[in-house]
Design a binder for this molecule. Structure first.
Ligand SMILES: *Cc1c(COP(=O)(O)O)cnc(C)c1O
Length: 453
């Protein structure tokens, strides 16, 4: 029998709705709180930074939300995205298990971030906004937003975490090519940035700092809004297109996963692939495990605390109930820049707390090793972030083999690593340090949160 490794959907089969898991959660997420009053924030509190349609999605408990026609048209340039059976990887492992992956790197941004960049730019445009500010860690989100904004005739100002700005000049140039302005963060453009630089002129920056800078600029002008590439409910909603497709593709393959895996920064690609499968478990009792893989140097899910904390370092966002390492936590300069975030999405945090999903932490060298094996067998160079999902999938296959069983494993390959080649160079030169946070460092970071709620 011919081994067909590629599982495709036609344009007509592409789902036309996003899935909102809030509708099906046994315990609904706790509300974001206003930092001054400690009262739940209402839509009007968010109106200074987000357009109304996205705020509606942020607080919605409708199970399905229609994807606008214009966004569907843009999606069809690169969606439905392919799913592959990793026959060659399986063979090199000698595993009895089946490994599938959904590939989100085949679009203009090189990652899943385009799935939410396009609708976010679209809704801002519809409400008369002229300019967007945003942050970017490794640069994938900034790239995704740059093209989306340019397409809709919006200006874009990107605060790029300084360590990535220096590690990945190619990403900055890609954003410039798509017509965005890119500033290294912390910058001298904002009060938040200047404060950080006063304390530490060599600060490598963090997503938390870059978010503060971008929000500070946005709140000063009614025609400027802010956009976030992960964490928030509406972002995760848009990413469910991944899992909605993956369910159909699994059906086409005549298979069903025992475990679904994603790497974890703020939670958007993991949630995007996992939530539609979790719906099948919650509503139809389909047995499945959902595993988020985070870096050992930024272990909010496995070692952080579930509590109200700020989403940014200066404390401009509402207080969010989430797993966090503290909003001033300064993650180690690992190469998976997109995973260097101190907190986690509110929905995914509640689901972890309630035991519906699992989390594990991994060191970067093991993940690069998994990434290189994947590149050599499947022919795609993974983004450093995505290597955490690959390493998680290898763990599952090895565990199944030790138990003498065959499992069906599905992971999300969130992006390609063509701009991360210098990180691979460091790995080959044996110059990529492992870093794991000690209990003392975690206690110290958590003790600084200090928010009485
Ligand atoms: C941004 C990014 C991540 C991490 O963000 P999530 O919101 O957790 O998905 C992972 N992989 C890639 C390729 C990214 O660009």
């Amino acid at each position: 029998m011919k081994k067909n490794s590629k599982i495709l959907l036609s344009d007509d089969e592409m789902p036309r709705q996003w899935y909102n898991i809030v509708a099906d959660m046994p315990n609904k997420p706790m509300p974001p709180l206003h930092p001054a009053t400690k009262q739940p924030v209402g839509p009007e509190d968010l109106a200074a930074v987000f357009p109304m349609e996205l705020i509606k999605q942020e607080v919605s408990s409708e199970r399905y939300i229609d994807i606008p026609e214009e966004v569907l048209d843009l999606y069809t340039a690169f969606r439905p995205s392919p799913m592959f059976r990793a026959f060659n990887l399986e063979k090199s492992l000698g595993t009895k298990s089946k490994i599938y992956y959904k590939y989100e790197g085949g679009n203009y941004s090189g990652s899943h971030k385009a799935n939410t960049a396009l609708p976010q730019a679209y809704y801002n445009k519809m409400e008369g906004i002229k300019r967007i500010t945003t942050e970017t860690g490794a640069g994938q989100w900034g790239s995704a937003m740059s093209f989306a904004c340019h397409h809709f005739g919006l200006e874009l100002l990107v605060f790029m975490v300084k360590v990535s700005y220096n590690q990945k000049p190619g990403r900055k140039l890609l954003m410039n090519t798509y017509n965005a302005k890119v500033v290294a963060s912390p910058s001298t453009m904002t009060v938040a940035g200047r404060k950080v630089l006063e304390l530490d002129p060599d600060s490598p920056g963090s997503l938390g700092i870059a978010i503060s800078e971008a929000m500070e600029v946005a709140v000063q002008d009614p025609y400027t809004k802010y956009a976030l590439g992960s964490v928030l409910n509406h972002v995760i909603l848009h990413q469910t297109i991944i899992g909605q497709e993956a369910l159909l593709q699994m059906e086409k393959a005549g298979d069903y996963p025992d475990v679904v895996i994603g790497c974890f920064g703020g939670g958007s690609n993991f949630s995007g692939i996992a939530f539609p499968f979790l719906r099948e478990k919650l509503l139809h009792g389909k047995n499945i495990r959902l595993v988020a893989v985070e870096p050992a140097s930024c272990p909010k899910l496995t070692k952080g605390k579930f509590m109200y904390d700020f989403g940014d370092s200066a404390g401009m966002t509402p207080l969010l109930p989430m797993y966090t390492l503290g909003h001033n936590f300064m993650p180690e300069k690992i190469h998976a820049g997109g995973l260097r975030y101190h907190g986690a999405g509110v929905i995914v945090s509640q689901l972890l707390k309630d035991g519906f999903i699992e989390a594990k932490a991994k060191m970067q060298r093991e993940c690069f090793e998994a990434g290189v094996l994947f590149a050599r067998t499947e022919g795609i160079l993974p983004a450093p972030e995505s290597t955490y999902a690959i390493a998680g999938a290898l763990d599952e296959a090895r565990k199944a083999d030790m138990e003498g069983v065959s499992r069906t494993i599905l992971f999300n390959l969130s992006g390609h690593g063509h701009f991360d080649i210098s990180a691979y160079e460091k790995y080959f030169e044996n110059n990529l340090p492992d870093h794991e946070l000690t209990t003392a460092e975690i206690d110290d970071a958590l003790s600084k949160i200090n928010i009485p709620v």
